[in-house]
Design a protein around this ligand. Structure first.
Ligand code: BG6
Length: 531
């Protein structure tokens, strides 16, 4: 059965002729602002940030007056930057007919400079003051640090030294968005937090995790707390296990190997994105949908994850690395053959974990997490498997040769994060006929039935930062508790004998050893092919 969303999008055309969503005025950023992107020539800026700003502009969400300044090493004029960004937007087929006169493009500026050179920041300040004058902007600034992590503190120091960060009592505001990775273990995350909170107030810091900007991730809270039929079942009395999967088909795609080889799947995906999913599916209802209440509840989940001992690390984690394979008759490189990767690299490209959340709601319910590169299918989902019903009732109906008629299976509620966004619930049903035979059937909701464009994660997050709403950004204690747990795994791995890598073929479900984590439970990894 396919449910149809009962919402029909209506649009109205403002004087400029662009389509705005109904109610957009309530959510638009109102304070005139200058957005400064550090790392403006990087991939993230081109693939995500500029397209997100373009969509926000067209949706009417940006303030009436604003400017965007790109900052990077390559010398370039404003005009050259504008032309490059037009190309970027055209290349991504975001707007084939885009011209240099589009208001977003004419609001773009460029300042060449070095992240660690105070003089570059003096020049940046001069540029920003000139733009303020030209565009009648009051001096609100959103700085986006899309740079390598070693520059986070340096840039903030340089911004402060150049007088570009406003104090709490000034009329204008300054906010800083910091990209991942936020540290590489507990110690470095603590140091980074200490260094930047010595320079900025916590309310000025926006640690980004783009998973929180995904529509389906935000829907986890709406679904859990906006419906009364599921929430009473979300606890150890009714839930058998929870499986969180974030599978990717991509490998290193050229440039990424050098970074990834220093990180691995646990740091790259679990500490941030997967733990956000874990927190949202496991947390208690927040007192309000505001930054403090939501983040308080997420932190409680992370605190209930006891750091693992070395023995527990051995028992509750499985690492993998993809080897050489084949796809459609073409050889696919193994991880160790990828550009920028050490030929004997021991970095994991796959990780599976069995976790326990030691609180009253979840004690005894295993949470299984797995993520990996070069897997069979790109799919992210959370599957909540409920306990099996007692089988006795159905046993009585069996003929003498068989012991139990097939099923019933446990009910599984699946929140599909991507790519086929939606929610499905499986349940047992009597197959038509004289016999009593149970069949597993599904109720499926597909996001696409809304027939409405979902904003991209970066659109949502940039808009929230412009509006001063930090609910979808991570707080310092949240980051540290996540690292506390992850560091216990990293320490355990360092002390254990190294795994024998590579141990899975590309485009499979990952290492077979992952099945070991489910032993002693009724759970089975959901085959990626059926997801
Ligand atoms: C990034 C990781 O944060 O998230 C990448 O560094 C990963 O390795 C990406 O591919 C996945 O994001 P998405 O939105 O494609 O699921």
């Amino acid at each position: 059965m396919e449910t149809t969303a009962g919402v029909k999008a209506t649009v109205h055309l403002p004087p400029g002729g662009r389509e705005h969503e109904p109610g957009y005025e309530l959510f638009r950023a109102k304070d005139p602002v200058t957005i400064v992107i550090f790392g403006a020539s990087g991939d993230l800026s081109k693939r995500k940030l500029i397209p997100a700003l373009y969509q926000l502009h067209n949706g009417g969400y940006l303030p009436d007056r604003y400017a965007v300044v790109g900052f990077a090493r390559t010398p370039m004029s404003d005009e050259a930057y504008r032309a490059a960004m037009v190309e970027v937007l055209q290349e991504q087929a975001i707007d084939d007919a885009l011209s240099i006169t589009h208001p977003l493009i004419s609001a773009l500026y460029y300042q060449p400079g070095h992240n660690d050179d105070p003089d570059s920041f003096r020049k940046l300040k001069e540029k920003l003051v000139a733009i303020d004058r030209e565009r009648d902007l009051p001096g609100n600034r959103l700085f986006y640090l899309s740079v390598a992590p070693e520059f986070f503190t340096t840039i903030i120091q340089n911004l402060c030294a150049a007088g570009l960060i406003c104090g709490r009592h000034e009329k204008t505001w300054s906010r800083v968005i910091i990209e991942k990775p936020f540290g590489r273990d507990l110690e470095s995350a603590r140091k980074l937090n200490a260094d930047i909170t010595a320079l900025l107030d916590e309310h000025q810091i926006y640690r980004i995790d783009h998973y929180l900007g995904k529509e389906t991730v935000q829907n986890i809270l709406s679904f859990r707390f906006g419906n009364s039929i599921f929430e009473p079942l979300f606890n150890q009395k009714y839930v058998d296990n929870v499986q969180i999967t974030v599978a990717e088909t991509l490998g290193m795609e050229g440039r990424r190997g050098a970074y990834y080889d220093t990180a691995g799947a646990l740091r790259d995906m679990v500490q941030n994105h997967m733990f956000q999913l874990l927190c949202l599916i496991a947390m208690e209802p927040p007192a309000a949908l505001d930054a403090q209440s939501i983040r308080d509840e997420k932190v409680k989940v992370l605190r209930a994850l006891e750091p693992l001992t070395r023995k527990e690390v051995a028992a509750s984690t499985v690492r993998g690395q993809y080897g050489v394979g084949e796809l459609d008759g073409q050889v696919v490189k193994g991880y160790r053959q990828e550009e920028g990767v050490a030929p004997k690299s021991m970095t994991e490209t796959y990780v599976a974990l069995r976790l326990k959340i030691d609180n009253w709601r979840w004690a005894g319910v295993p949470f299984f997490l797995r993520t990996g590169k070069r897997l069979r299918k790109r799919v992210s989902e959370i599957a909540v498997a409920f306990k099996q019903p007692p089988l006795l009732l159905f046993r009585q109906l069996v003929n003498h040769e068989e012991d139990v008629i097939p099923g019933p299976k446990s009910n599984v509620l699946v929140l599909r994060i991507q790519p086929d966004e939606g929610i499905s619930l499986s349940f047992a049903c009597k197959r038509p006929g004289m016999k009593i035979e149970l069949e597993e059937v599904y109720m499926d909701f597909f996001y696409r039935t809304f027939q409405q464009r979902s904003p991209e994660a970066y659109e949502r997050l940039l808009l929230d930062a412009l509006r001063g709403d930090a609910s979808l950004f991570t707080r310092s204690d949240e980051v540290e508790y996540a690292w506390r747990f992850i560091s216990s795994i990293l320490d355990g791995w360092a002390a254990l004998p190294p795994p024998s890598f590579p141990n899975y073929y590309p485009f499979t479900d990952g290492p077979e050893e992952a099945a070991r984590l489910l032993e002693g439970t009724q759970a089975r990894w959901r085959p990626l092919s059926s997801m």
